[in-house]
Design a protein around this ligand. Structure first.
Ligand SMILES: Nc1nc2c(ncn2[C@@H]2O[C@H](COP(=O)(O)OP(=O)(O)OP(=O)(O)O)[C@@H](O)[C@H]2O)c(=O)[nH]1
Ligand SMILES: [Mg+2]
Length: 370
């Protein structure tokens, strides 16, 4: 079938084609006809994702996404920059300000539903502001939401409207932070239609820009996520990803540790209590599905070698990229040692500790958020 008009998948934005199964936008002819009839045209990849949660890898070029971002610089728009509050560094788009030119940025910290109530939301927001400023990003505002549970999305919409003026709204961010989930919430509030755009736990779900017309004649535009190599998600196979990225409210786990004890977070992270008083309280905030295993530091290297991929999983498959590196901290006030994308450990003052993470993932320390 030769398409006489250009059609786009409403799930991922890809241009629909029925010639090449391995390229983006592939849709069998019968499905195109059906889609046109129902007004809901999805490509085959979206169909499989939506119905079977099955990811079909496609060839696409990172550079195309960056070119798309670069185009925003030539428009007059409001940029809504979505980050994952579990992975600030992994959420950074290097050179964002340069790409978007003089357009204002509204920063949105997403996935608040995962944060236990013991965490001070104001401290978390202040920390995000500091981190953003450090990365040369000067947002006009910061909003904390949960796109998944709809928490504070109303409020975000008000703020967007107040700042929109006579402009389109671009939603940008690295892959997997929840841009499409957020836009789906907005569509649902406006039209009642749910889950129009395809979302998934796999990075690289949205493939091209998707324009949603707004009442005021402007558009709300979803964009494909920029691939950021520091995101843990790029080093894990789909099955492992399920255990690592928290999907439900995190239940903090408390441990009384003595010096020279070690905690493993599956095989992807490690924490050593090196020096300090006996029986100190440490609290671990990671996905409830990730097994935390305690052992003696003395034996930890052996233990890791022996049990990696078995007791210490994920990863279920070894890859060089997952080799752990170590970072040591002298903790003078109650702090969080953060392994980006995995979670954090609240550490009492007057201790020396070390954390380990796959070599592309950042480890950092911040004032405790409690
Ligand atoms: N817990 C939680 N999960 C969320 C939230 N928003 C999105 N997610 C999950 O994060 C994953 C990625 O969501 P998407 O909306 O596809 O992310 P995206 O930013 O559009 O990703 P790309 O299209 O790949 O750039 C999915 O598994 C979502 O269910 C949220 O507020 N809370
Ligand atoms: Mg998306």
């Amino acid at each position: 079938m030769v398409l006489d008009e250009e059609l786009y998948c409403i799930g991922c934005g890809a241009k629909i084609q029925s010639e090449n199964q391995d390229e983006i936008g592939y849709t069998p002819e019968s499905a195109i006809a059906k889609g046109l009839e129902s007004g809901e045209l999805y490509c085959q990849r979206c169909f499989k994702l939506r119905h079977y949660n099955e990811i079909q890898s496609v060839d696409f070029d990172d550079d195309d996404f960056l070119k798309l971002l670069d185009k925003i610089g030539q428009t007059n728009s409001l940029v809504v920059y979505v980050i994952d509050i579990f992975d600030f560094n992994g959420s950074l788009i290097p050179g964002l300000q340069r790409f978007i030119g003089n357009n204002p940025i509204l920063l949105v910290g997403n996935k608040m539903d995962l944060i236990p109530s013991s965490i001070n939301k104001k401290k978390l927001k202040d920390w995000i502001r500091q981190q953003a400023n450090k990365a040369q990003i000067k947002p006009i505002g910061i909003e904390m939401v949960s796109a998944k549970t709809n928490q504070s999305v109303d409020n975000l919409l008000d703020v967007i409207q107040k700042n929109q003026e006579d402009r389109d709204v671009y939603v940008v961010g690295v892959t997997n932070v929840g841009k499409s989930t957020l836009i789906n919430q907005i569509i649902r509030q406006n039209t009642g239609d749910s889950q129009v755009i395809t979302t998934s736990r796999f990075p690289g779900t949205t493939l091209d820009q998707i324009e949603i017309p707004l009442d005021d004649g402007h558009s709300l535009i979803d964009t494909p996520g920029v691939i950021h190599r520091e995101q843990m998600a790029h080093y894990l196979n789909p099955k492992d990803l399920k255990y690592v990225s928290p999907s439900k409210l995190i239940k903090p786990k408390s441990y009384q540790l003595n010096p020279e004890q070690t905690l493993f977070f599956g095989g992807l992270g490690r924490f050593d209590y090196i020096k300090g008083d006996s029986k100190k309280g440490f609290t671990v905030y990671v996905s409830n599905d990730l097994l935390v295993h305690r052992t003696k530091t003395d034996n930890a290297d052996n233990f890791y070698e022996k049990h990696l991929g078995g007791l210490l999983t994920p990863p279920s498959e070894y890859s060089e990229d997952l080799e752990l590196y170590r970072k040591e901290f002298k903790v003078e006030e109650k702090s969080d040692v953060v392994i980006e994308g995995l979670g954090w450990i609240t550490v009492p003052k007057d201790t020396i500790v070390a954390a380990y993470a796959p070599k592309h993932v950042s480890i950092l320390i911040r004032k405790s958020m409690i």
